[in-house]
Design a protein around this ligand. Structure first.
Ligand code: GLA
Length: 701
């Protein structure tokens, strides 16, 4: 029997807990807000699901937590001790967390029935955004250590199993492909055991109610603020219940918790919408921009940059970089980013990671002299770095082989001729902080592309004891976050862009320090349609870095028009990544116009409300709508994958406009209600890969 209930509402959603008379802490509801008071009869017909179960006492599903106690057993039975509302949301030690608001955080304390081990559960409700966050602390109050084998951030239950599961999976160059699958009995979901989030599976998942009842289009979304091994999974049991879990992946993990020590999990973020995926995405976008992105950049428009990677790869000279900068400045580009190859002896990917001294012979002088010359053209300078790595062929490796993640008894696996530095060691973290601080303090660098190009193998650290070796993956991420947090605090005005061979680490952990991420090494406009649309299910467009590149495209060999390329790259933060000195005069004029237009509406492109107008599974066309925060500007982009013969539908329905208002597009005017009920005339965008874009302005009454 439930003797007490705790309700945690947001504007439209609600999480309800129940404490049973046996002291079990249970979840009674997660979903649409039940506005009224709940009666005893109603409470009694809700199924109470143990909120954070362990195994050994009747729970035969995946446990939320698994601890080996000093007696060798891992039978667990956590009971309610207390709960209170705290005004200030606590920070999680060593891990990024969404900023608190005036909203309430509930701190619930549970204790294992016979062992002095406590669980502290922190749940915050962000009312306006309909978002909940949760993290867990495990506290060892015993006289001996315990070993944590599994410690998830979230274990939520739904009383039925009638859902479709959305996962975003893929590979290098083909990140975040959407897949919907009806839930089946057993365990399903996504994870990473690569030490990084990985290209294969993004931690974001969503569940959508399959049979739409009472006109509700119910969707639940889940994500994690973390950048290492994770799992986001769903289990359906024999009684048709659904359990959603997100958190650290237990595959390479265990944690030795000494007496009086605390272990904190990463923070899980979850949300509910009764109005479909579109609204769920809006909720995540608003929340991430407001509470996760670094405050300096969360609302700041980002520069249009030119990155030299696809223009020159490793093969550049000072003259070439200056030529690129000169043409960029003429075109209206605001920053020149120097990518890989500026340091040590790096002429290809076989050497020099770790040796971060500028190669003055190649740069034709000091790095600062190059920057000054670029700045004199009126544009800023940005730099690429891959600080977490070391090449075997480098001075750093010769000096500190013990800084590499590798077992002394085996030859470590090389990926792209490089090893991962062991960021679990404090001296390695200090070295990285010092290296980057010197670079930033001594050079006028306004932007840094923080790359990382391999997964973790050979998990062994010379800095950890025998008992701690399985802590390496998590300790690496904690070390990485310490580096990020020190440098972003010391240099708050430097814009960092995350990168991991493209989108291999597109997650909320990185976004807590770096407000934008390179979405994919695949710059082909047609492939980018799906990658960018799908990223925007979970992440705001301002965080998605998109570049116009050359044709034929370097990854797919495809030809697309300059129009199509810029329309697609204007989806989020726009950049160019091609040899602009090779553009014809006509192309330069066109690019100049594109840039002028993007600059004029930068705020809307980057921070406007983003809507996917065509269903996600539409194979033929992709259409996006951006709506400025003040509702006065609407940008609509429609792009063909393949043309379609005899297709005569020339109207595209828009959303969320003011029905009474008049909108001007070119020299035509339409009412908001016409645009939403009938649609915007889009002509015939019929050719393969063709694209068009429309800017609508609300006419003042
Ligand atoms: C990775 C990045 C690219 C580029 C190269 C440089 O692959 O994703 O954008 O920076 O490294 O080596």
């Amino acid at each position: 029997m439930v003797k007490e209930i705790i309700r945690i509402p947001t504007k439209d959603a609600e999480l309800i807990f129940g404490i049973t008379d046996e002291g079990k802490f249970t979840q009674l509801h997660f979903g649409k807000k039940i506005v009224e008071k709940i009666s005893c009869d109603e409470t009694n017909c809700l199924e109470p699901f143990e909120y954070y179960p362990m195994n050994g006492r009747g729970n035969f599903n995946q446990p939320a937590v698994d601890i080996v106690f000093p007696d060798g057993s891992s039978i667990g039975d956590f009971r309610y001790v207390s709960h209170k509302t705290v005004r200030d949301k606590p920070m999680i030690n060593g891990l990024p967390t969404s900023r608190g608001d005036k909203d309430q955080t509930i701190n619930i304390v549970l204790k294992e029935k016979i062992h002095d081990v406590y669980l502290k559960i922190f749940v915050t409700a962000y009312k306006e955004e309909n978002i909940f966050s949760q993290s867990i602390q495990i506290v060892n109050r015993m006289d001996d250590p315990v070993v944590i084998e599994r410690a998830l951030s979230l274990h939520l239950s739904l009383p039925d199993n009638d859902y479709d599961l959305l996962t975003l999976t893929g590979s290098w160059g083909r990140e975040v492909q959407d897949e919907w699958a009806r839930l089946r009995r057993g365990i399903q979901g996504v994870d990473s055991k690569q030490g990084i989030t990985g290209h294969g599976q993004n931690p974001f998942i969503a569940l959508r109610k399959a049979s739409i009842a009472h006109c509700l289009d119910e969707v639940y979304g889940f994500n994690l603020i973390y950048s290492g091994d994770f799992l986001s999974q769903v289990e359906v049991d024999a009684q048709d219940h659904t359990f959603i879990q997100t958190g650290l992946n237990g595959a390479h993990f265990s944690w030795y918790l000494e007496p009086d020590q605390v272990f904190s999990t990463p923070e899980a973020i979850f949300s509910y919408s009764a109005n479909g995926l579109q609204q769920l995405s809006q909720q995540f976008h608003q929340f991430i921009e407001k509470f996760i992105l670094p405050e300096t950049f969360s609302k700041k428009v980002r520069p249009i940059l030119l990155n030299n990677w696809e223009a020159t790869y490793f093969d550049f000279t000072r003259e070439k970089i200056l030529d690129l900068a000169k043409v960029s400045a003429e075109l209206g580009i605001e920053m020149l980013v120097l990518d890989d190859g500026w340091f040590g002896q790096r002429a290809d990917d076989t050497s020099s990671l770790g040796d971060w001294q500028p190669n003055e012979a190649k740069l034709g002088g000091t790095l600062q002299s190059l920057i000054s010359e670029i700045e004199s053209m009126g544009i800023d300078f940005g730099l690429w770095i891959e600080l977490e790595m070391v090449s075997k062929n480098s001075a750093l490796y010769n000096e500190h082989p013990e800084w590499v993640i590798a077992s002394p008894y085996r030859e470590a696996v090389e990926i792209r001729h490089q090893y991962m530095l062991d960021l679990s060691q404090e001296c390695v973290q200090d070295h990285l902080i010092q290296t980057i601080s010197q670079l930033l303090a001594n050079h006028a660098i306004k932007y840094m592309k923080w790359d990382m190009n391999r997964s973790m193998t050979d998990r062994f650290s010379q800095g950890l004891s025998t008992l701690q070796q399985r802590e390496l993956g998590h300790r690496y991420v904690l070390g990485l976050y310490r580096v990020f947090s020190e440098i972003t605090q010391a240099f708050p005005d430097v814009l960092f862009e995350g990168c991991c061979s493209g989108g291999g680490r597109f997650d909320l952990g990185i976004l807590s320090y770096m407000p934008q991420i390179w979405a994919s090494d695949n710059t082909d406009a047609i492939d980018r349609l799906r990658i960018q649309s799908n990223l925007a299910i979970a992440y705001p467009p301002s965080t998605i870095s998109c570049h116009v590149s050359a044709v034929p495209n370097h990854q797919t060999n495809r030809y697309t028009s300059l129009d199509t390329r810029v329309n697609v790259a204007s989806f989020g933060t726009l950049g160019y990544e091609l040899d602009v000195t090779q553009l014809t005069l006509a192309e330069r004029t066109e690019v100049r116009k594109q840039i002028e237009r993007y600059k004029k509406h930068k705020e809307v492109y980057q921070f406007g409300c983003h809507f996917q107008l065509k269903p996600f599974f539409d194979q033929q066309q992709v259409a996006w709508q951006k709506l400025s925060k003040d509702g006065k500007t609407v940008i609509v982009t429609i792009t063909n994958r393949l043309g379609r013969i005899q297709s005569t539908n020339r109207l595209l329905k828009l959303v969320e406009l003011d029905p009474q208002a008049i909108y001007q597009v070119g020299n035509r005017q339409y009412s908001g209600s016409f645009l939403m009920i009938k649609g915007l005339p889009i002509g015939t965008v019929s050719r393969d890969f063709a694209s068009d874009s429309f800017i609508l302005s609300k006419v003042d009454e």
